[in-house]
Structure formats: structure tokens, C-alpha cells
Write a protein that binds this ligand. Structure first.
Ligand code: RAM
Length: 524
């Protein structure tokens, strides 16, 4: 596609070919490793398990070559860990010459729940096409099968839907060619003396690794694309682990490469068939372009990238400030204008005010290196927005910030205004203590929001409490059998999904991998 304005639905986009070719030049190589299943398992309902199911080693012989499968038979193979890659096997006929095609079905599960609960009962609002399954028909046997799509799983259910009464099937060489752009040789193992923290770090790192493909994907099962809010957190973990900083750089150039006509970066990008900006624009995600660039520059001191991308970052600031009302507070609206968290009732005004101030502080750090004239102006703006937050959003009686016309008290508002450094350090520490002692009804629903809560705790010096919370929350997922961290986790509502079904949740999700960042960066 050529440079210039392009129509996408009713929106126009600007393509910067120089940025897009810089990004293309940073395309990482994918590393491939072949894995075999470690055992056959049965899946059993278990109410005490977070997702309602557990696996048990199957009594049947592990060597599939000794077993013949007839129509209606099924097996579940367990690869022993969470994998992303290409599935293959060999299929032979046993008995009479095959007088009909063999119809096989494969169902891929990151968790036992996905291979246990029938997809036909799925009733969520995201497309069921995300549910990972494949049907194949083999006309000629024997056949070596390699499924063309990339899957994400630990378990694969293989079912013989139909063959004929005259022959059975024998399966062998079941494997997954796993892919990732993460270079594990550059990773220093943590060896933490606390076994649970060590395990949490390992699961975090595997989560990041399996999301590292040609870009930092949000989740290799769904949506398999580059989201800015996820990228920001992945980059932070990457700096403490794989240090593949050129992948962060590539993603920044991709976002800068396709922007809305007015310069706003999209909340997420598709990579195929070409780089396409989604027509979802979010106030906070666009601002995180600034934060992600600032974090990248702080680590790399890459002056060229700073010079290239500073104007794009600055544009996000200008656009965001356009939403500030005369009183110095962000205008609220009923549409999906900011993300903050997956929470139906969450009012976004106060937390978004926090995100704005936080990102203005990041912009100030960039301006010091790239555009010193803007530093004082930014200082004044940050002061104005902080004062407005204290004057208009603080409720002295409640001891909390409130948000929106309904004066809603939420965890997200407190966390983000603490991260924005609103109020002096003593005020912020007291606010976090109040939040711990009196958690509001509008709480936190995702590991993404929990990340910011942990960050806020550390920012006020509550480091030990942060460790406890990490062990309780992410440790809860580990104890529930997570090989990689889940997109959604609420210990009180184990099957919670903002999409209407836990089957469509992603169980290896970028925004959940941040304990490794906290543990390694702060030496927790
Ligand atoms: C979901 C994905 C993604 C996230 C957006 C806002 O679609 O989980 O990771 O960034 O929501």
C-alpha cells in the first residue's frame, strides 16, 4: 500500500512508509522446537478447580501405535506445558483396505475446560471462530498431517468422527512445532529462594515468551494481535528478561506507521495481509504510546527512534488534552472511550485523568531529551491537572477519589491517581492504606488492573504488601494449574469472562505476565 490517506470503513488513515519499512526491517526470526505429548489424559469435573476441571493420567497405554481407534473413539494428549505452534501427526489404517475417508476432529485447549466442555454450548458474544478446532478428511491412508493454522494449547483432543466398519485408525508421531521469537538463551534464570515467587516468575516468562511472535501479541489464542496497552506491559517485562528491545522498537514503529487522519494511534493493529490499524480508538491506549516510548528510550537511549517518534507521541498528548474540560477534568461519556479495565459498571473519568497525568509525566521525560522547550509547559499542565483532580474529584468524607456524574468510588480511580502522583507522598500512602482496608464495590477484574494496583503499592513503599498480593493473586493461578497467566482471573468468580464464556478467554495473556517485571526490577 502506498503512503497517504487510506479509507478503512468510514475512517481515514495515514501511512508512513518510512516507519513501516523500519518496522519491516526489524521482523524477528521465529525459533522452532518440536514437542511430543508427555501422556494421554482424561478430563474430570472437579468443582474445587478454578475452571471446573482437572486432568488425570489415562489408564490407556501411552504408545498410540499399540492402540486402534474406531469411529466415536477419542483421546486427549497432554504436551505437559503451554505451547504455541503447528500440529501434526501420522495416521494409518488398520484392518481392511480403507473404503471411506477418515474424518478426524481436533480440539485444542490451553486448559482442561476447553477440551471438556462442548464448543456447541458456547454462547459468548465474541465470535465462536476463536474456539480452536479443526476437522480433516483423509481420502488416502497412510497420511502425514500438518494443520495449516497456528494453535495454542497444552491439550489436544483427537476424535475419530467417522471411518468405516472395515478399518480402524492408528495415530503416531503426534507433535507440535512450537514457535516464538523469544531467544531463551538470553534469559537469566531467577533462582528465587521463595519457591512460589520463583514459580510465578517462570510462569510469567513463559507467558511472555509464548506471546512473542512477529510482534508482541496480546494472546496467542485470541486476539493474536498487537494491542498498545498490552505492549506497554510486555515491554517492561522484556527489559527485565529477554531484552529483545528491537521487538519493542518494531512495535512502536508499527503503531506510528498507520495512524488516524488526525494522528491518533489505534488501540491495536493487525499484521496481515498488511499492517492495518483497527478502527477502535481508546483514550488511554493512545496515551500509552507515549509511556511505551518513554520506557523504551529510558532503557535504550536510542536517539534516532526518539527523534522519529517524538512527534507521534506529542500528537497523542495534544489529542488527549483536547478532552479536558474548562474545570481541568476529562469529559466523561457513555461510549467505550477508554479501556482501564474490563468492568461493566466502571466509570472511566477519574482513572483516565490519572492515565493522562501519568503519560504527561512520561512525555516530560521525553521532552527533556528531545524538545526541551516543552518541559516547562508540561510541568504547568501536569500541575493544573493534578490540582483539578484534588479539587473536583477528591471526596474528603469518603477518603477516596470519585468518578463521573454518579461520583463512583472504584479501585481503578485510586490506583491511577496514585500512579499519577496526585497529592503528596503521605496522602498517597494513606489513600492506598484506605484502599486496602476498605476495598470499594467497584473492584479490579483483570491481571491488567492488578498490575497497576501492585505498581501503586510499590510507589507508596508498600513493597511487602505488593509481594503478598502477587503471591495471592498470581499464585492463585499457579495453584489452579496455570502454565501461563490468564487474561481474566477473579478468585471469587472463577468462570468470570467479560465475553460471556470462559471458553473464549485467553489463558496465555500478555498483560498478565508482569510479576516477572516486579520481582526482577525491585528484587522482591
Ligand atoms: C481484549 C484483549 C486485549 C486488550 C483489549 C482491550 O480484546 O484482551 O488484550 O488489550 O481487550
Amino acid at each position: 500500500m502506498s503512503q497517504g490517506i487510506q479509507k478503512n470503513s468510514s475512517l481515514s488513515f495515514h501511512r508512513n512508509n518510512r516507519f513501516l519499512s523500519a518496522a519491516a526491517g526489524l521482523l524477528p526470526a521465529l525459533r522452532q522446537t518440536r514437542l511430543q505429548p508427555v501422556e494421554l489424559v482424561d478430563v474430570i469435573a472437579e468443582a474445587s478447580q478454578a475452571l471446573g476441571w482437572k486432568t488425570m493420567r489415562c489408564a490407556l497405554p501411552a504408545s498410540l501405535l499399540q492402540r486402534e481407534l474406531a469411529a466415536g473413539d477419542e483421546i486427549i494428549v497432554d504436551f505437559g506445558t503451554h505451547c504455541v505452534g503447528y500440529f501434526g501427526l501420522r495416521c494409518e489404517a488398520a484392518g481392511s483396505p480403507p473404503d471411506a475417508p477418515a474424518h478426524l476432529q481436533f480440539i485444542f485447549g490451553e486448559t482442561p475446560a476447553e477440551v471438556a466442555e462442548p464448543f456447541s454450548e458456547y454462547n459468548g458474544w465474541l465470535s465462536s471462530s476463536w474456539l480452536q478446532q479443526a476437522d480433516i478428511y483423509l481420502d488416502v491412508l497412510p497420511e502425514t498431517v500438518r494443520l495449516p493454522r497456528r494453535y495454542c494449547c497444552r491439550y489436544v483432543k483427537i476424535k475419530v468422527i467417522s471411518a468405516s466398519a472395515k478399518f480402524n485408525l492408528k495415530l503416531s508421531d503426534i507433535h507440535l512445532d512450537t514457535v516464538t521469537s523469544a531467544d531463551t538463551t538470553s534469559l537469566t534464570p531467577l533462582h528465587h529462594p521463595d519457591a512460589l515467587l520463583n514459580q510465578i516468575d517462570e510462569v510469567s516468562v513463559l507467558t511472555l515468551r509464548n506471546c512473542m511472535q512477529e510482534v508482541f501479541e496480546d494472546g496467542p489464542k485470541r486476539d493474536r494481535r498487537l494491542w498498545l496497552g498490552d505492549l506497554r506491559l510486555q515491554a517492561l517485562v522484556n527489559y527485565q528478561t529477554f531484552e529483545q528491545n528491537s521487538l519493542v522498537k518494531r512495535c512502536l514503529y508499527l503503531f506510528a506507521g498507520v495512524t488516524r487522519e488526525d494522528g491518533m494511534v489505534s488501540s491495536n493493529l493487525f499484521m496481515k495481509p498488511d499492517v492495518i490499524a483497527d478502527d477502535t480508538f481508546l483514550f488511554d491506549y493512545a496515551l500509552f504510546f507515549v509511556a511505551t516510548l518513554a520506557d523504551y528510550i529510558a532503557v535504550t537511549e536510542d536517539q534516532q527512534t526518539l527523534e522519529d517518534l517524538w512527534p507521534v507521541a506529542w500528537r497523542q498528548i495534544e489529542l488527549a488534552l483536547g478532552r479536558v474540560g474548562t474545570q481541568g477534568i476529562l469529559q466523561d461519556s457513555e461510549d467505550w472511550w477508554a479501556f482501564i479495565d474490563w468492568h461493566e459498571s466502571l466509570n472511566k473519568q477519574a482513572p483516565a485523568q490519572g492515565v493522562l497525568i501519568y503519560c504527561l509525566m512520561k512525555a516530560q521525560a521525553l521532552a527533556r531529551r528531545a524538545d526541551s522547550e516543552k518541559v516547562t509547559w508540561l510541568e504547568a499542565k501536569i500541575g493544573e491537572l493534578k490540582n483539578a483532580a484534588l479539587e473536583k474529584l477528591w471526596d474528603e468524607e469518603k477518603g477516596f477519589f470519585v468518578s463521573g456524574a454518579g461520583q463512583q468510588v472504584s479501585s481503578a480511580s485510586q490506583v491511577w491517581l496514585v500512579l499519577a502522583h496526585v497529592g503528596d507522598p503521605g496522602f498517597r500512602a494513606q489513600l492506598m492504606r484506605n484502599l486496602l482496608a476498605n476495598p470499594p464495590e467497584i473492584g479490579m477484574n483483570t491481571p491488567y488492573m492488578m498490575h497497576h494496583f501492585i505498581d501503586a503499592l510499590i510507589s507508596v513503599g508498600e513493597t511487602q504488601r505488593a509481594v503478598q498480593e502477587i503471591k495471592k493473586y498470581w499464585g492463585g493461578m499457579v495453584q489452579a494449574g496455570a502454565d501461563t497467566f490468564w487474561e481474566l482471573y477473579d478468585p471469587q468468580r472463577p468462570g468470570f469472562s467479560p465475553y460471556g464464556s470462559k471458553l473464549i478467554n485467553s489463558y496465555c495473556h500478555a498483560w498478565s505476565c508482569t510479576p516477572a517485571y516486579f520481582i526482577r526490577k525491585y528484587g522482591l
